[in-house]
Design a protein around this ligand. Structure first.
Ligand SMILES: Nc1ncnc2c1ncn2[C@@H]1O[C@H](COP(=O)(O)OP(=O)(O)OP(=O)(O)O)[C@@H](O)[C@H]1O
Ligand SMILES: [Mg+2]
Ligand SMILES: [Zn+2]
Length: 456
């Protein structure tokens, strides 16, 4: 290697690194998103400070220790049960969490409420706002009732100022990482270099002092603004806060968690007084029982340990185009296409001349394969234009041979469906023999058998 590279280019949308300036990102397809960055270690100002303090050992100290001599820090409760559930029990000392979400979804509201609740419980918390003035934050805190003598506010965009002395706090919130400006690098706030420098100094401070720290990061639907994607591998936990602006429900989920599971879903409702935990989340994604519309089927999906009734809606209508359209929301497009192929091959229901649209009510993103059977039933119901019974739910995975497979923890799902008033459930024939529940349980072996049972 003759020449030493001293600069590289980073896509501000997705963080892709290239050695020359590209007009269009080869990873995410964004135009003009590259920003020049000096490579650390080639005589530049981008300094990566060494961690020290109690969190990470310095090189000179680094020696093997016995596992039993290392204390595992206890969790710190966030004061909101839904938040603790998603985190896996509370904040981890020294853990850095990124809370990502679209603008206006309620990130500041959520964190302000948490700071209020923790301060109320006698803990010292610091809320740093780089976006709003102190009076704006205070006004919001008063509206949310998150006022406590112990809560400390800073309006600053310089991490070196507020990171001094973080060891006194039980939690530090930095709102937002895009608004901060580190003096160590010379670019504008919000650029990849700045975001990484700010995040690194926050991470060093958290690890060094064993204080949990939260970074707020904005994302937009098309990923135009630099941000959370760049940080995902740097932080310990990534929480995404989502919801439809038209609806008041907000969903909190961990997409990465070094200290816990990533499958718990927290459900909130946005109200005048801030975000309230939803009392009966089991029915949040379900509009009620209507049985006169074709293309609608219900199922019970598990999000972590919690069952939720979900409503899958399908619409198949004759296409005017040579290539029929397939659009899905809430279900993976590939999954829907695969099940359409299974329906055609195993049940003789062709969608070749139909545009097919699939939607899951309430903004839920279904990842549970147990919803396959409901999706197939909804698709078939729409293709045949015949409604399914409203008090019936479908629980099972569908294989390529058109077989219906068992789904995990079916008993808990049946109990939830029974509680919400369902009277009939279709499950796989291979499910355990003794399923106790107050519903009629119909066992099916194949998709054909299922359709014969519900759309005779
Ligand atoms: N006075 C109010 N009464 C009721 N709801 C309000 C009021 N003010 C704001 N909200 C709600 O709070 C939401 C904004 O929340 P918040 O500022 O916490 O979002 P954010 O994710 O931090 O946004 P940003 O990305 O702009 O910082 C608004 O969309 C609105 O629904
Ligand atoms: Mg905000
Ligand atoms: Zn990119």
């Amino acid at each position: 290697m003759a020449r030493k590279e001293e600069a590289r280019y980073v896509c501000s949308a997705c963080g892709h690194v290239a050695l020359s300036l590209l007009g269009r990102c080869s990873r995410c397809g964004a135009w003009g998103s590259f920003e020049r960055e000096r490579i650390p270690g080639s005589g530049t100002s981008l300094r990566v400070p060494r961690r020290d303090g109690s969190g990470i050992l310095r090189k000179s100290q680094a020696g093997a220790v016995l596992l039993r001599d290392v204390s595992s820090g206890g969790r710190i409760s966030s004061g909101l049960d839904e938040m603790d559930r998603v985190l896996g029990g509370g904040w981890m000392p020294g853990g850095v969490t990124l809370l990502a979400g679209e603008p206006g979804i309620g990130k500041s509201t959520l964190l302000l409420q948490i700071c209020g609740a923790m301060a109320e419980a006698g803990k010292r918390v610091l809320y740093v706002s780089g976006e709003e003035s102190l009076s704006q934050v205070a006004e919001r805190a008063r509206r949310l009732g998150a006022v406590s003598e112990e809560m400390e506010l800073v309006a600053s965009d310089d991490p070196s100022l507020f990171l001094d002395g973080v060891e006194q706090y039980a939690l530090v919130v930095v709102d937002s990482v895009q608004s901060m400006r580190s003096a160590e690098v010379e670019t504008w706030p919000g650029t990849p270099t700045q975001i990484r420098a700010v995040a690194q100094s926050c991470i060093d401070a958290a690890k060094g002092t064993n204080v949990p720290l939260v970074l707020v990061g904005h994302v937009t639907k098309d990923g135009q603004i630099a941000g959370p994607k760049l940080l995902e591998h740097m932080v310990d936990t990534v929480l995404s806060f989502s919801g439809e602006h038209a609806s008041s429900h907000r969903l909190l989920r961990a997409s990465k968690n070094r200290f816990g599971a990533t499958d718990e879903l927290g459900v909130f409702e946005m109200a005048q007084k801030g975000l309230l935990p939803v009392a009966d989340p089991g029915r949040v994604f379900w509009s009620g029982l209507q049985d006169d519309v074709s293309g609608v089927a219900r199922t019970v999906v598990l999000e972590g340990t919690r069952p939720f009734v979900a409503e899958v809606q399908a619409l198949a209508c004759q296409t005017p185009y040579p290539y029929p359209k397939r659009t899905t929301r809430g279900v993976e497009l590939n999954r829907a296409q695969l099940l359409l192929a299974v329906l055609e091959k195993r049940c003789g229901l062709s969608s070749r001349n139909s545009d097919v649209f699939v939607n899951v009510a309430g903004g839920l993103q279904i990842r549970d394969p147990a919803a396959d059977l409901a999706l197939c039933a909804a698709l078939a119901s729409s293709m045949l234009d015949r409604a399914l019974e409203g008090r019936c739910c479908f629980l099972g995975e569908v294989g390529l041979a058109g077989e219906v497979r068992p789904c995990g923890r079916v008993a808990g799902r049946l109990r939830e469906a029974a509680r919400l008033g369902f009277t009939r459930a279709l499950v796989s024939r291979r499910e355990a023999k003794d399923l106790e529940c107050e519903m009629e349980v119909v066992r099916v072996g194949s998709l054909t058998e299922t359709l014969r049972a519900v759309l005779p």
